[in-house]
Design a protein around this ligand. Sequence first.
Ligand SMILES: Nc1ncnc2c1ncn2[C@@H]1O[C@H](COP(=O)(O)OP(=O)(O)OP(=O)(O)O)[C@@H](O)[C@H]1O
Ligand SMILES: [Mg+2]
Length: 250
Amino acid sequence: MFNIVIEDLHKTLNNKVVLDGVNLTINEGEAVVIIGQSGCGKSVLLKHIIGLMKPDKGAIYINGKDITNIPESELYELRKEIAMVFQNAALFDSMTVYKNVSFALYEHTNYKEEEIQKIAKEKLALVNLKNTENMNPAELSGGMRKRVGIARAIAMNPKLLLYDEPTTGLDPITSDVINELIIRTNKELKMTSIVVTHDMTSAYKIADRIAMLYKGKIIGIDIPQNIKNTDNPIIHQFVNGLANGPIKEN
Ligand SMILES: Nc1ncnc2c1ncn2[C@@H]1O[C@H](COP(=O)(O)OP(=O)(O)OP(=O)(O)O)[C@@H](O)[C@H]1O
Ligand SMILES: [Mg+2]
C-alpha cells in the first residue's frame, strides 16, 4: 500500500500565501501530474510531500500516517521509500556519475560493494546512460544530468517518486525519452509518481490524472482527456497556453 492524502495544506512564505488549502489524494501506482503557472507553489508542494518543508496548517497522510507530525527518525525511515528528481537535477558536482547514483545505497543499505555497483549499472542502463559511471556532472549535457538525477532517484527502488519539471529545457526527443522513462518507472517498476510540469505534451502522455494548482488550491483534477476538454476557463486557458483569459499574473 502506498497512498497519499493531502488535507487542507497551508503555507505562507515571505508573507506570501503560497499554499492556501491544498487537498489532493494520490492512489497507489498512480501517476499524477501537477500543472500550474511558474511561481504558483508546485515545488513547494513537492517539498512538503518529501518532508523538506513543514506546513503552517494541514496534514499529509502517507499510508495513513501524518508525516508533517512524526519524529525525525520516522521521517528518515520513510524517506528511504520516497525519492525526488529535483528541478535542477541537483547532482553532487564533485562526485562522479557512479557516486551520485550509488550515494543512497552506500548511505542507507548494507549491500556489498559489488552489489551496489551492479545496481548502479542497472539503473544507468535503464536511463540509457551506460558507461558514464566515471564522468563528472560538469561533462554532461542537461538531458544527461536529468537522467542521472532519475537514475539516482530510483536507485533505492522507492515506492513514491516525485519529479520536479523533468523535461523543462530539453529538446522534444530527449523530453520524450524522459517521458517514456517516467511511464516505465511508474508502470513497470510500479512506483507511484507525482510529476510537476508545465509541459502539456508530457502531462497528457504521462498522467493517469492531471491536477491544476492555482492560487494555492487544487482547482481541478481529472483524466487527461477530460482536462483537454475542460469547461473550467482557468484550466482551459492554462492547458491551451492562451494569453487572454481569467488567469491573473502571480
Ligand atoms: N524557501 C523559500 N523561501 C521563501 N519563499 C519561497 C521558498 N521557496 C519558494 N518560495 C516562494 O514560493 C512561491 C512558489 O515557489 P515554487 O518554487 O513552489 O514555484 P513553482 O510553482 O515551482 O514555479 P516554477 O514553475 O517556476 O518552478 C514563490 O513565490 C517563491 O518565491
Ligand atoms: Mg518549481
